[in-house]
Design a protein around this ligand. Sequence first.
Ligand code: DAH
Length: 339
Amino acid sequence: MIDKIKGHIADVESFNAKTKDEIEAFRIKYLGKKGILNEYFAEFRNVPNEEKKAFGQAINELKTAAQDKVTALKEELENSQEEKGVYGDLSRPGEPVEIGSRHPISIVKNQITEIFSNIGFNVSEGPEMEDDWHNFTALNLPEYHPARDMQDTFFIQTDPDILLRTHTSSVQVRYMEENKPPIRTISPGRVFRNEAISARSHCIFHQVEGLYIDKDVSFADMKQTILYFTKQLFGKSKIRLRPSYFPFTEPSAEVDVYWGLETETDYRITKGTGWLEIMGCGMVDPNVLRNCNIDPQEYSGFAFGMGIERIAMLLYQIEDIRMFYENDIRFLEQFKSAL
Ligand code: DAH
């Protein structure tokens, strides 16, 4: 009988299993209620007294061997599955997946492009590093115009001048140089100005430029286009155009949207007037058209430009422009539900 048990021990020690089921079948065979070990334990009382000690030791040895085997095989199986990384314990709780959010500047930029693409505007882009021609000269900025002052512009190189574009109007010029009218395009992008950083202004920000060139385009067309836009973006249907000056448009205007005076915040952000300035615009100056090889006798058009940060600050009531660039997760997280 003891030899038989020794045979079992040898079997147990050489046993190997690859699956959970095989291990479980092995466990039941040896350690289960009706398993081999229990049979031997039941047999114990029939064993003659003088053999009891050796018999007892042998079955205990078998029991320990079987238990150790089961533990070792289970561990081995778990480790190999973990290495594969897929089929661990399927009942284990899942790893939490962090879902990111779009940056508020991207959200607002997407909203603006969406609104204009619905009325036939495409999206165009230009380089952030520009030459003097596209950022200034072609846009009718005379050589000694204050906007060329070193304080406003980051120069990369002089003679020839290479700079970080100070506005997305440079993309207008590139687009007109490469495309024939009719033109309907908006150009979102990052711009740079050598300005002190504060809650209200930053040396890096974003703009969206718009350009519409065709035969017989009028100031009224421009006003309707901008009105459509402000209705869509802000849900506000009253705008006013104040005469202004930009070198690249004539006449030029500043667009205010009527925000209202319903809340205390409205009072504060509109300085008690109810009006908020949101963009600059105007009829493209004939000089600019000529600079881009478009005949001003045949074509006319309008252009506009707005700051994305400013609009995002209004839409989300953000008080400090620096928030956009700090990438504080507590700030960014708040835009999870947005587009
Ligand atoms: N480029 C102007 C700026 O940076 C914004 C602007 C005003 C763009 C009038 C235009 C425009 O196209 O017509 O402040």
